[in-house]
Write a protein that binds this ligand. Structure first.
Ligand code: SF4
Length: 437
């Protein structure tokens, strides 16, 4: 794959599936954004959003902030990382804005970086978010994700910035910054990237080298080990009748040389293993509930803390969909597809309800972020998930693990299951449901 093809694939994926990607920091004007971005260094956006409302209320502009003392500001931001330095930077930045820039946040990178507390990354965020410039801010997520995918081969954030800017079309640079950040924050995690649910595997170098090839060589290794074990057992079995050596010796003695040198038997074993694999092909768990069954009653809190019960929907049809995890790419596509057709479902006397094991807080964040107009039930004790039999073993990229099996139940107004969808097409799930007869 060429670097160009990799960029095209990744950008097209994000363009289609994450058309809106914005900073998660809360701000209303350039002054608030630059303050929030300075505070966000080495800290989470969630934490910053907790401290800025009061700070902005009491210091609504650069003039007010410039007149404050760092000690006073420290009290507002004591819960963020490095509050001492950041308090000094904020007051210094506000003073420079007043004295050198007429109180206006500049738009040029070389001017922005003159402000105390403003490095190249912060300057790029301000230039791209406020002034819509094709500036690429490289933080730890952007740096890591770009290198892993193979969009960059960079040793420093500046190299990463230059390489990304070179390949990403100007009109997508600012958004690409958020795409990569969000992907790093929720999927391509620093310690353990969630490759098993990642939609970018097709283009990702890390995936090919560290997951795909590793899986291949692991299964080859497992096959070899199995063959070796088989050989030991076969040899022991055949020598049992003639040998008079004690069993313990026989078990500890077999030499690696003997096993690995017998290539003829290896080949046969491989063939045998292949045949066995074919006949024992993995089958993922599927719900035992079927069309015509009475739908199990359900009750749980939704993202607003409201108790939602199946009894509330007498006389209504229900789209009850089970999904693995909030905010992951597949689940987001599925939710957005149902969101976009929500009016249609309402007109057809349907209620849409999502269920996962995430808690109310996670649901709220997910629903708010993607403006989901329906309830997401927080089935944290997994009662509904188990009642609907959608928890079980599944396989992804050779990995077998237990989890929620993505399944949708269409329930009629008499609480009878009319359809069970086990092959969910996340991106066009609403259309999939609409196409049912
Ligand atoms: S496949 Fe894995 S390493 Fe590659 S981008 Fe996705 S999560 Fe990250």
């Amino acid at each position: 794959m060429t670097i160009k093809e990799r960029y095209v694939g990744v950008i097209n994926y994000f363009k289609t599936n994450v058309p809106v990607a914005e900073t998660e920091l809360h701000y209303n004007n350039p002054y608030e954004l630059i303050v929030a971005v300075i505070l966000s260094a080495q800290c989470t956006d969630v934490r910053i959003n907790k401290v800025t409302p009061k700070l902005f209320k009491d210091y609504p502009n650069a003039e007010a902030l410039a007149a404050a003392s760092p000690d006073t500001i420290f009290n507002y931001i004591r819960s963020v990382s490095y509050p001492n330095n950041k308090a000094k930077h904020l007051v210094g930045m506000a003073n420079m804005l007043i004295h050198d820039f007429n109180g206006i946040v500049p738009s040029e990178i070389d001017q922005l970086v003159k402000l105390p507390g403003v490095g190249r990354k912060t300057a790029n965020v301000v230039a791209s978010v406020v002034y819509k410039k094709p500036a690429m801010a490289v933080d730890t997520h952007v740096f890591r994700v770009s290198n892993r995918i193979g969009l960059t081969n960079a040793k420093t954030p500046l190299q990463s910035e230059m390489q990304l800017i070179k390949h990403i079309p100007n009109e997508h640079v600012a958004t690409a910054h958020h795409w990569l950040i969000l992907h790093g924050r929720y999927t391509c995690l620093a310690r353990s990237p969630k490759c098993e649910i990642c939609p970018l595997t097709e283009w990702c170098q890390y995936f090919k080298t560290n997951v795909l090839n590793k899986n291949k060589s692991q299964s080859l290794l497992e096959k070899k080990e199995n063959m070796a074990k088989k050989q030991i057992i076969t040899k022991k079995a055949s020598s049992k009748k003639v040998s008079s050596k004690p069993l313990t010796e026989k078990l500890t003695k077999p030499s690696v040389k003997k096993i690995t040198s017998d290539k003829k038997i290896d080949t046969k074993s491989i063939t045998k293993t292949k045949v066995t694999e074919k006949t024992t092909k993995f089958v993922a768990h599927q719900t035992k509930l079927k069309i015509g069954d009475k739908a199990p009653a359900f009750k749980a809190k939704d993202q607003h803390g409201k108790v939602i019960s199946s009894a509330d929907f007498k006389g209504k049809n229900i789209v009850l969909y089970f999904y693995p995890k909030d905010n992951t790419p597949g689940c987001t596509m599925e939710a957005c597809s149902l969101r976009d057709e929500h009016n249609y479902f309402t007109k057809q006397n349907y209620v849409v309800i999502g269920v996962s094991a995430d808690d109310e807080k996670m649901h709220k964040k997910f629903a708010d972020k993607f403006e989901l107009p329906f309830s997401l039930l927080a089935d944290t004790d997994m009662k509904i998930i188990k009642d609907y039999d959608v928890w079980g073993t599944k396989q992804f990229l050779g990995k077998i693990y237990d989890g929620i099996i993505r399944t949708t139940f269409i329930i009629n107004e008499k609480a009878i299951i009319k359809h069970v969808i086990t092959e969910v097409k996340t991106k066009e799930h609403a259309q999939q449901i609409k196409g049912l007869k």
